[in-house]
Write a protein that binds this ligand. Structure first.
Ligand code: C2E
Ligand code: CA
Ligand code: CA
Ligand code: CA
Length: 281
């Protein structure tokens, strides 16, 4: 028994060491990625369900790794959050996405300007710099502030409600908009929701997909969409993959949708072709 325990410890140590080394390697890689410009943004259209046209975009980060190819965010965002690298990475994403937005707003003018929605992790949100980064960007680009949206997670609201509310308010004071991402999956209190300056609820795709799979409860989509209307917020249904889901969303008068059924996340050039096609239609 004694030697068995000993062996286990050795294996454990070995694993830990290996794990630490992999982490270090990737963390250094990630830092280099940011400096060498290996990070890029894909853009996924968000469509208006009223007229079916593109209303805006969500910016989604990708890592163009020299050996591993295009790495999806779920494979590196957790590491970025742990290491704090998410702060400079998130700042880069915010700048890159906003600069892309100016270009598209100039090329494709609309009565209501195209908008850009950018993910902000809780660590980045708590960073003291965020407000000044956003303010500088607005000054630099001159976009209508209301066409920039920051996507926050539900859990963030509950971590430190008072501080979070104050931070959200200083962003909202610049007329920049705030969305709650993956709404319905966290445990934010409904009684609290109205006390935060939130503009948009993004309905998590698990609820949207219940519409066609019959698993879970499709009515949840209706409830969240109605909740948004009552609270004077917009609703975006995420992960719409079928016409049946789109039809259901139109029936319940959900404003916006995002998903493979309309368009996949794609590089700026690809999205630009969609915008051109829409203009010529
Ligand atoms: P998210 O913010 O919930 O983004 C939506 C995810 O759903 C994206 O995955 C998108 O590609 C995917 N998606 C869109 N339509 C469909 C659909 O019809 N079906 C299915 N199955 N999936 C769909 P992606 O790009 O892999 O991003 C994953 C997550 O990584 C994001 O989830 C977000 O939490 C995080 N992330 C991405 N970019 C950033 C960023 O710049 N900063 C931060 N902090 N997080 C980011
Ligand atoms: Ca998001
Ligand atoms: Ca989401
Ligand atoms: Ca998510």
């Amino acid at each position: 028994a004694k030697s068995g325990g000993r062996a286990r410890i050795d294996v454990f140590d070995g694993n830990l060491r290996r794990q630490a080394m992999t982490t270090m390697r990737t963390e250094a890689d990630l830092r280099a990625a940011l400096e060498l410009g290996q990070l890029c943004l894909y853009y996924q259209p968000i469509v208006s369900l009223r007229h079916g046209g593109i209303a805006g975009f969500e910016a989604l980060m990708r890592w163009n790794h020299p050996e591993r190819g295009l790495v999806p965010p779920n494979d590196f965002i957790p590491l970025a959050e742990e290491s704090g690298l998410i702060v400079p990475m998130g700042r880069w994403a915010l700048q890159e996405a906003t600069r892309q937005l100016v270009a598209w707003q100039l090329l494709f003018p609309r009565p209501t300007p195209l908008f850009m929605s950018v993910n902000v992790s809780s660590r980045q949100f708590r960073d003291d710099d965020l407000v000044s980064v956003v303010r500088d960007l607005l000054n630099e680009t001159g976009i209508p502030p209301s066409s920039l949206k920051l996507e926050l997670t539900e859990s963030l609201l509950m971590e430190n409600p008072a501080k979070c509310r104050a931070l959200m308010q200083s962003i909202r004071d610049m007329d920049v908009r705030l969305s709650i991402d993956d709404f319905g999956t966290g445990y934010s209190s409904l009684a609290y929701l109205h006390s935060f300056p939130v503009d948009t609820l993004k309905i998590d795709r698990t609820f949207v997909q219940a519409v066609s799979t019959g698993e879970g409860n499709a009515a949840i989509v209706h409830v969240i969409s109605t909740l948004a209307t009552i609270l004077n917020m917009d609703a975006v249904a995420e992960g719409v993959e079928t016409e049946q889901e789109a039809e259901y969303l139109r029936d319940i008068m959900c404003q916006y949708a995002q998903g493979y059924h309309f368009a996949r996340p794609a590089p700026a050039e690809t999205v630009e072709r969609l915008l051109v096609a829409e203009t010529e239609r």
